[in-house]
Design a protein around this ligand. Structure first.
Ligand SMILES: Nc1nc2c(ncn2[C@@H]2O[C@H](COP(=O)(O)OP(=O)(O)O)[C@@H](O)[C@H]2O)c(=O)[nH]1
Ligand SMILES: [Mg+2]
Ligand SMILES: [Zn+2]
Length: 316
């Protein structure tokens, strides 16, 4: 075994800012590493969540020299290997944007990340919290209603996280200012994340998280433990950037639309407006939330105009 191989070990990237990466290694240390220069010329760059190998060189510097294949990858901000996506939505300030949430649920379905909806700021508008719960209950997603102000739902969410995300990496996503960092602090007070004051002008967090950072949930850190990630958003996830996605794929990204579509009269039903469409019927009967169908139509049209020539089924 060469000296280099002796000093090479597996790790997981916790954060990366200005070309310096924090990597947790199998021996339980957190190393500050640079990326090997060759990444600059290749197609892939290292990002938080990546499983990597790192080498400690003789002069004490550490270098990321390879990236293991990814389970998935989210852009804006970049992050890799997302097992659970916790989509946070505030009851108010900012008001919920269903299309923003639904682009995230679709991305999670597409990339195979398990989805949970977390309503924040329930103290501000409890009726809205119930409304959101009702919409996503019909989709089959688990919904938690929380408030970092009066701690509603925090202990219930904490037990869910501790039991369901063992050995996994869970990302908090959602628009800036919805209260992600505040909620993470309520769940794990030792994190002491910086939270934003809501600006009176824009009603959103000001000093909000800029980079994705993974936090270990284990006392002894290893790359194979459980992690939670705070993110500045994924707020503007754009599904049209997914290569080869076709408009026919969209129904498969909405679990409740997929379920009802099986009985549509026409095999090629688009579920937008046809006679005999069981999806439209379910919307009329209140079995599918109209907000979700509206998002479906918007995403379908967006993908249709972005990829007019892709129409074969690529994934489902
Ligand atoms: N009333 C109320 N305000 C909250 C709650 N959670 C967060 N906030 C406020 O919302 C603002 C943004 O919170 P922050 O956690 O920084 O949001 P992030 O950008 O999603 O991380 C801050 O001013 C918080 O004090 C809550 O449960 N209730
Ligand atoms: Mg934040
Ligand atoms: Zn249909």
């Amino acid at each position: 075994m060469s000296d280099i191989e002796k000093n090479r070990q597996n790790g997981k990237i916790l954060s990366g800012v200005g070309g310096l990466y924090k990597v947790v290694t199998v021996d339980g240390r957190i190393l500050t590493c640079r990326a090997r220069g060759s990444f600059r010329y290749g197609k892939i760059s290292p990002y938080p969540g990546d499983n990597v190998t790192v080498t400690e060189e003789k002069n004490g510097t550490c270098v990321i020299d390879s990236i293991f294949p990814r389970k998935n990858f989210f852009d804006k901000p970049p992050a890799a290997n997302i097992d659970n996506l916790f989509i946070t939505v505030a009851t108010a300030f900012p008001a919920p944007s269903y299309i923003t949430i639904d682009k995230l649920t679709c991305a999670a379905e597409y990339y195979g990340a398990e989805t949970v909806i977390i309503v924040t700021k329930s103290d501000l508008y409890p009726e809205k919290a119930e409304e959101i719960r009702e919409i996503y209950r019909k989709s089959g997603y688990k919904v938690f209603i929380t408030s970092s102000e009066n701690k509603e739902g925090v202990s219930e969410l904490l037990s869910f996280i501790l039991s369901e995300t063992k050995g996994r990496t869970a990302f908090f996503a959602g628009e800036s200012g919805v209260g992600k960092s505040s909620l993470l602090n309520s769940l794990f007070p030792s994190l002491r994340l910086v939270t934003g004051e809501v600006s009176r002008k824009i009603y959103r967090g000001k000093h909000t998280t800029r980079a994705v950072t993974l936090y270990s949930l284990n006392d002894v850190q290893t790359p194979y433990g459980s992690f939670l990630a705070d993110t500045p958003g994924f707020g503007i996830f754009n599904l049209t950037t997914i290569e080869n996605i076709s408009k026919e794929d969209v129904a498969g990204l909405f679990p409740e639309i997929l379920k009802f579509s099986e009985n549509c009269r026409y095999r090629k039903c688009t579920h937008l407006r046809e006679e005999g469409c069981q999806v439209i019927k379910a919307v009329q009967e209140g079995k599918i939330a109209k907000e979700r169908h509206e998002s479906f139509v918007k995403i379908y049209e967006e993908i249709k105009s972005a990829h007019p020539f892709i129409s074969k089924k690529t994934k489902f």
